[in-house]
Design a protein. Structure first.
Length: 261
DNA sequence: ACCTATGTTATCGC
DNA sequence: GGCGATAACATAGG
């Protein structure tokens, strides 16, 4: 489920479990998940080091080693992490497992192989190469309005464009647009000041709420679309029907009555 | 067997 | 270069 809130929850999880434990070895079970690094390199660079800190930018997660480079984790659509303690077994989809000298381990799992694991020397350089825009939660209201308002694409496309805003994906973009009562196909540059302000405020509200609830959709407020993100579901606000339409090639759920064009 | 899916990247045409 | 549409990647579940 990795969008910004999911990756932030992963980050906190790793921060609370896997810090400052000496890495004893790295198992690469699926070489295809590695990008710009060989399994040999990964397995030789990390032993003796430990994870000393974490950083997240958009959907990218970085585990610092304190030795001038970080492990970069990207999760695609199905990535996850698990801290393995005594007796926990690795699963079929654990693509890379970082073992610690205390017997525990951190597993990066991914059903589909759309994600990536890599080593990154300089995070800023890496993000520059990826053309990542500012993180969604680092934007000021004015910067946000300028970045979004200058786009000629549909608002949903602009919000999901990682070079404009890093971190928003298909699911949370639907929620943000729903909360803001804005149709996903409205032209970004045609939004009013009021609409842009609402978008900015709801973006922060939705992302923070999702993080606060550990991205458990069943714990989100009743006024949220996510728990009912299904075609034909009842709109939590007007009791109309939720519609599904492909926007920018992605399945998009919205309430045509609340989110007029 | 067919369709769907939380992401990214490349390609084609306008 | 921007933008929309489309496909590709790989896999599990309905």
């Amino acid at each position: 489920m990795p969008e910004l809130p999911d990756v932030e929850v992963f980050r906190k999880y790793i921060e609370s479990k896997a810090m400052n434990q000496e890495i004893s070895g790295v198992d690469v079970n699926t070489k295809r998940i590695l990008k710009n690094v060989t399994s040999k390199k990964l397995a030789s660079a990390l032993p003796g080091l430990s994870f000393t800190g974490t950083k997240r930018h958009g959907k990218y997660l970085f585990l610092d080693t304190g030795d001038g480079f970080s492990v970069m984790l990207h999760f695609g659509m199905t990535g996850d992490v698990r801290y393995l303690t005594d007796g926990d077994k690795t699963g079929k989809h654990d693509r890379v497992v970082f073992h610690f000298d205390n017997g525990k381990a951190l597993a990066y799992s991914n059903v589909r192989l759309l994600g990536a694991v890599s080593l990154v020397k300089d995070i800023g350089t890496f993000l520059g190469e990826k053309e990542a825009g500012p993180d969604a939660l680092d934007y000021s209201n004015d910067q946000f309005k300028e970045a979004v308002g200058s786009r000629k694409s549909m608002i949903k496309t602009a919000l999901m464009d990682q070079s404009v805003i890093a971190g928003l994906g298909n699911v949370y973009t639907d929620e943000i647009l729903y909360q803001s009562r804005i149709h996903p196909e409205k032209k970004a540059s045609g939004l009013s000041e009021k609409e842009k302000n609402a978008l900015f405020n709801n973006m922060r509200k939705v992302l923070k709420k999702a993080i606060e609830k550990d991205t458990d959709v069943s714990r989100l407020p009743r006024t949220y679309l996510l728990p009912r993100r299904k075609e034909g579901a009842e709109c939590p606000s007007c009791s109309g029907k939720i519609e599904k339409k492909y926007v920018s090639g992605r399945p998009t759920y919205y309430c045509p009555r609340c989110q007029g064009k």
